[in-house]
Unconditional design. Structure first.
Length: 457
């Protein structure tokens, strides 16, 4: 295809000097990056004037969609008033004080104190460090081990990637660090075998208890988990999983850290995944949807048990941009819009259930589809070789990638995670938008099935 001169130039300088996350530079150099130049609502436009539905809300974060003037205005106003000041030396600013109060009202009961950072990884990293310090202060300096799940994603810093359960990340940089343990995720489709999802949910939770007992409860500091595993494949836990996890953590005095970086701010149809699943976290991380991704901001929320100790003394931790006033001003405006437009309620009672229903209607019986799963505006379609036996495709067939290419050809951007087609559209998506997303995805999956049949001959 003939690209316009500007696109070629951007691709050339990008490939020459920009190292992309999780991407082979050789591939970028050969194929050229797709250059996005503007966004409006749920749509993105690239430098060739092609329009796409962003069915991933960027990286699971653009809750309000693109081009919201109110968010730009909030940043603009705050930048002119006081663009930046730090929070280190007994100082604060109105936006971060106000945001702390707003978040205390918005988060589940008891989570009333917040440390701020810039990314989900930093919030998770902060949690790991704070938990170690907390247990030291409690006189339990032997409590150091963090338990989490295979396929869980918690970020890219040394600690966050160690909490995460991705072998491909552990292979880069000699991870996990010592004292990080991983157990199976509640992935019924792959690990469930003959058990019902409910039976398997209990078994997957008991795998955590088993590991706690092997390590010794006196050595286990915390269990980290996303309410629904996102980047690891939109793994929706069976209904029995979370109550059992909560019981196990309490029984063995293990802090429960819920990573709400994807699920927070309405993704699952409630403000927090913790509400959707009835979880009572000791600590909670949030990022992404906190500002709809317009500027970087993350937070770690402390529940009463940890706060009681940490509010007594200083914690030698923080970043130049902890509590950045401009980011806080955008977050406040973002929360105001989410509330005033009733967006979270709409996801919970209308557009979320509608997406799940339409996906099941369109694709539930498709020969290439093993499972359609999801909650709220978070969904996945698992492409499989054999529906009857739940057999996945061999990795080297790259079926997810093939399907993703077909989606792009239809102007739809989902994410391919292995052979799982993940969807996480902006929360402002309407029923008509949902119809269009499902129509384009179904067409791409049909074409993928056709291509596989041809290749199979
Ligand atoms: C659940 C979860 N935690 C943490 C992170 C890391 O966030 P960031 O990429 O902002 O560092 C992510 C990113 O996708 C995530 O999905």
């Amino acid at each position: 295809m003939q690209l316009n001169r500007k696109t070629e130039e951007w691709q050339r300088i990008d490939a020459a000097h920009h190292i992309h996350p999780f991407t082979n530079p050789q591939v970028i150099a050969k194929e050229g990056a797709r250059v996005f130049v503007r966004g409006e609502g749920i749509y993105l436009e690239d430098s060739e004037e092609r329009r796409f539905i962003d069915a991933m809300a960027g990286l699971w974060c653009v809750q309000l969609g693109y081009g919201r003037r109110e968010l730009a205005d909030a940043a603009h106003r705050q930048m002119l008033e006081l663009a930046y000041y730090n929070t280190f030396f007994k100082t604060s600013t109105p936006p971060i004080a106000t945001l702390s109060e707003r978040l205390a009202a918005l988060t589940p009961a008891g989570l009333d104190h917040f440390l701020f950072a810039n990314s989900g990884s930093e919030a998770v990293d902060t949690a790991v460090r704070l938990i170690r310090h907390f247990w030291n202060l409690q006189g339990h300096s032997e409590k150091k081990v963090i338990v989490s799940r295979e396929l869980g994603y918690h970020g890219s810093t040394l600690a966050a990637a160690s909490v995460g359960g991705w072998p491909s990340m552990h292979a880069h940089g000699d991870l996990p660090l010592p004292d990080f343990e991983h157990v199976i995720p509640p992935y019924w489709y792959v690990h469930g075998g003959d058990r019902s999802p409910e039976e398997f949910g209990i078994a997957a939770a008991r795998a955590i208890e088993q590991r706690i007992l092997e390590v010794g409860p006196e050595r286990v500091a915390a269990f980290f988990a996303e309410p629904v595993i996102g980047a690891g494949g939109v793994i929706v836990p069976p209904s029995t999983y979370w109550p059992e996890v909560q019981r196990i953590c309490r029984k063995h005095d293990v802090l429960l850290v819920v990573d709400e970086v994807i699920c927070g701010f309405g993704r699952t149809g409630r403000w927090w995944g913790s509400e959707t699943y009835g979880i009572e976290p000791d600590l909670m991380t949030m990022a992404k949807g906190l500002t709809s991704g317009y500027v970087p901001l993350s937070a770690l929320a402390l529940g009463p048990r940890v706060a009681r100790t940490m509010m007594q003394r200083d914690f030698a931790h923080g970043f130049t941009y902890s509590g950045h006033p401009t980011a806080a001003a955008v977050a406040l405006e973002n929360i105001r819009i989410l509330e005033e437009e009733g967006i979270v309620e709409r996801v919970g009672s209308d557009t979320g259930p509608y997406l799940q229903e339409q996906l099941r209607n369109a694709l539930g019986d498709h020969p290439l589809v093993g499972e359609v799963r999801g909650v709220g505006l978070l969904a996945a379609v698992e492409l499989v070789e054999d529906r009857e036996t739940r057999r996945l495709f061999p990795e080297n067939r790259k079926v997810g990638e093939l399907c993703w290419e077909r989606c792009l050809a239809h102007g739809l951007i989902p994410r391919a995670i292995r052979d799982v087609m993940a969807l996480s559209p902006p929360l402002v998506a309407t029923r008509a938008d949902v119809d269009e997303i499902v129509r384009r995805l179904a067409a791409a999956i049909d074409e993928t099935a056709g291509l596989l049949r041809v290749a199979g001959k």
